[in-house]
Design a protein. Structure first.
Length: 85
């Protein structure tokens, strides 16, 4: 059985966490994107695991959601470990 690459697994975790935190805060994508000084399309891509956000954007999102940036990665330690080749 082949595992998906770790970076994709982590990206899915971040996408899920951002969406859940945004919805829990009662923000639309448009509202959070505006607060984080980003385009709504980029936030949508992040939440659907199509985008690859910069650290700066993740910090901005976590600040707007009033959570530590580590909260965006909750569950990442449950993914398969990186495989060194």
């Amino acid at each position: 059985m082949k595992h998906e690459p770790s970076f994709i697994a982590v990206r899915k975790i971040v996408a899920r966490n951002v969406r859940c935190l945004r919805e829990s805060a009662g923000y639309s994508q448009e509202t959070l994107a505006t607060m984080a000084c980003m385009n709504r399309g980029h936030l949508s891509e992040l939440e659907t695991c199509k985008g690859n956000p910069s650290i700066d954007k993740l910090v901005a999102i976590s600040d707007c959601l009033d959570v530590p940036i580590t909260r965006l990665f909750d569950g990442a330690d449950e993914r398969p470990p990186y495989q060194l080749k």
